[in-house]
Design a binder for this molecule. Structure first.
Ligand code: SAM
Length: 361
């Protein structure tokens, strides 16, 4: 039988591995072999992105949500959340500040808030695009219709993040009351068809999640081949039905980040805030395991604490400039170089006018 190191080598060479092999890596990984996995994942990342790490400016623009995901702190039924939504003017102020700080990608994330109809959201997207034509706009506002996604694309959105959350139907159904496993996946296929750069992704350490479920997640991303894959530990929140559950660890999440890198060598993989929440060095560790994106927060400080997806979320009190500096310091101290450009997927040709300003630091 192959050793775990041999399986990692095979995955490195072929950019794929059997489900059985992936299962063995996940279940048989130990402290001695994990550094080898991370080293190979980082080597793979370096082949396409050298030592760069892309920065995205994150704007958490609404915490209203009509959905009730069992793990999420801003689920609609959590009556303790102090709800907010940013006005168009406030969002434009965040972009202005972000642009001045050097950001050339804005990620607009929020709950599924019915206030942001196609008309309202398209107006915001097109205004950002008209004001900052050299910036990429990423949306992450959940499930919408094909018509809605098409309208947002036409308004100027370039990318869309919609984690599939888990590729196991039974687990998905248990965690998402009133939602459809098939619809979420169909949204991802639709977004791809419409020409978005798409981000899928999943949480690690969900209650009742097994290694076979994680293998299914890896197989799903390998098949879908999204441009971005958001992988983060599940962290419990006290005002959810999953209160008191255990949650994921940095160690098991790092293994999944590294495996995602080896399966999708050119993927844009964020080092998530959730990793930094569990471990002060969590984000640096993710970068060393193959992640190549960070998303410092540009939201106004007075709303930060209200976008609490899980407990003890970090960086809620920091000004945008402070966040940028802090993360830049972390990236550099981990041995990487900050790239403030649009940070497109390695296979994407960006039109010249959109590349006008590429700031390298
Ligand atoms: N509403 C949009 C959506 O459904 O894609 C975007 C916002 S949603 C809050 C962003 C992501 O937060 C989810 O995809 C989920 O994976 C993550 N998330 C929510 N609750 C979490 C928790 N307790 N621990 C870790 N991640 C969580």
């Amino acid at each position: 039988m192959a050793t775990i190191k041999e399986l990692i080598d095979s995955l490195y060479e072929n950019e794929d591995l059997s489900d059985e092999g992936l299962h063995r890596i996940i279940t048989e990984m130990d402290a001695e072999t994990a550094p080898y996995l991370f080293e190979k994942a980082l080597e793979k990342k370096s082949n396409f992105y050298k030592d760069t790490v892309y920065m995205r400016g994150l704007i958490e623009f609404t915490n209203y949500c009509k959905q009730n995901c069992a793990y999420c702190g801003i689920r609609g039924k959590n009556s303790k959340v102090d709800r907010y939504r940013l006005s168009k003017e406030m969002i434009m102020n965040c972009c202005e500040e972000g642009y001045a700080l050097g950001y050339r990608t804005f990620v607009m994330q929020g709950g599924e808030d019915p206030f942001f109809t196609d008309e309202v959201l398209c107006d915001i997207v097109s205004t950002i695009k008209a004001t900052y034509p050299d910036c990429a706009i990423t949306l992450s506002v959940g499930e919408r219709s094909r018509e809605s996604y098409a309208a947002l694309k036409a308004a100027g959105a370039d990318r869309y993040l919609l984690r599939h959350e888990t590729a196991t139907k039974a687990l998905y159904d248990a965690l998402h009351p009133g939602m459809s496993f098939e619809n979420r996946r169909n949204c991802l296929y639709t977004l791809k068809e419409l020409g978005f750069q798409v981000g899928a992704g999943f949480m690690v350490g969900l209650p009742n999640q097994t290694p076979a479920d994680l293998v299914a997640d890896l197989r799903f991303i390998k098949t879908l081949a999204p441009e971005m894959v958001g992988i983060g530990p599940y962290i419990p929140h006290d005002e959810t039905p999953l209160k008191g559950s255990k949650g994921g660890t940095v160690e098991e999440t790092l293994i999944m980040v590294a495996l995602a890198r080896l399966l999708l060598p050119k993927a844009l993989l964020p080092s998530t805030t959730a990793m930094g929440t569990l471990d002060p060095k969590g984000r640096e560790k993710a970068l060393k395991a193959g992640a190549n994106v960070v998303m410092p927060n540009l939201s106004p400080t007075d709303v930060r604490e209200k976008y609490e997806l899980y407990k003890d979320k970090i960086c809620t009190g920091d000004e945008a400039a402070h966040c940028r500096q802090c993360i830049e310091g972390r990236i550099k101290s981990a041995g990487f170089r900050v790239d403030m450009g649009r940070g497109d997927h390695a296979s994407i040709q960006v039109p010249e006018e959109a590349q006008a300003v590429q700031i390298k630091i």
